[in-house]
Design a protein around this ligand. Structure first.
Ligand SMILES: [Zn+2]
Ligand SMILES: [Zn+2]
Length: 260
């Protein structure tokens, strides 16, 4: 299966990750990727960076590294209403936004409550991807998740790190298989993310690819095969009234440059 992009990685800025932007980009290039997203944990994750970090991403030239970058965020979903931990005016500037449930930021609720977290965060137009919806500590209604992803035009992530034997996300494999089956049935696209916390993990999608193979999942529903497939979902390529727009050829700019 063609796989040329990684939409989920962390650097030192996330507080419990160990590499730099340059190191992550180097590994991405070495592995043949054509696009890498760096998605630091949002401020409610203990040890991660302040709002200012995200606001100031405008100074980073997305084209100054060995592969083109998207610079974004992995938001924490804070409650069943789908509130997240980055102000809207900053969130609007993110090239890519993943929204995830993390135990340091929200306690697992009932199946209905966990599902409500996802359904409501998907109403946020600046959320692009639901991160690791496979976490067995947060049981969910997979059918409702997949149907909402279709309705709101969001990607569901197949997280490679969740599938590692040492992962704390128990039951991920079973929940992923159920989600994949429904995604095929309802024609909902997915994205593989490494969730790398060190450069050696960037672009590491081996376990996710093996699971897709096992499930017989159709390749055209995996956006990792082509940057064009990612574009309809990512803030970076959407026209917005205000805020940052990604300029593929000329670095970054506020508002006035050409949009994809
Ligand atoms: Zn996460
Ligand atoms: Zn992550």
């Amino acid at each position: 299966m063609r796989d040329i992009l990684d939409t989920h990685s962390h650097t030192l800025a996330s507080g419990h990750a160990y590499s730099t932007i340059r190191e992550n980009a180097h590994m991405a290039a070495k592995r043949g990727l054509e696009l890498l997203a760096i998605t630091e944990h949002a401020p409610c994750m203990p040890g991660s960076c302040h709002d200012f970090y995200f606001h100031n991403l405008k100074v980073v030239d997305r084209n100054a590294y060995e592969v083109p970058l998207l610079l974004g965020v992995e938001l924490n979903i804070l409650d069943t209403r789908g509130n997240v931990d980055l102000d809207l005016h900053i969130l609007k500037q993110m090239d890519l936004a993943i929204a995830s449930l993390h135990t340091p930021c929200i306690r697992p609720g009932s199946r209905e409550e966990n599902t409500a977290c996802y359904l409501n965060v998907m109403k946020n137009p600046y959320v692009n991807i639901i991160g690791h919806p496979d976490d067995g500590r947060f049981p969910i209604d997979c059918l409702a998740l997949v149907q909402a992803a279709k309705e709101y035009g969001k990607l569901l992530e197949l997280n490679n790190s969740s599938l590692r034997p040492m992962s704390t996300r128990k039951g991920a494999r079973e929940q992923d298989l159920e989600i994949l089956k429904l995604c095929e049935q309802y024609q909902v696209s997915i994205v593989i993310g490494s969730d790398a916390h060190v450069d050696t993990e960037v672009g590491g999608h081996d376990l996710a690819l093996a699971l897709l193979e096992e499930a017989g999942f159709p390749e055209f529903l995996v956006v990792n095969g082509d940057v064009e497939r990612l574009k309809p979902y990512a803030n970076a390529y959407k026209a917005t009234e205000e805020g940052f727009v990604f300029c593929p050829a000329g670095g970054v700019g506020m508002g006035g440059c050409d949009r994809w």
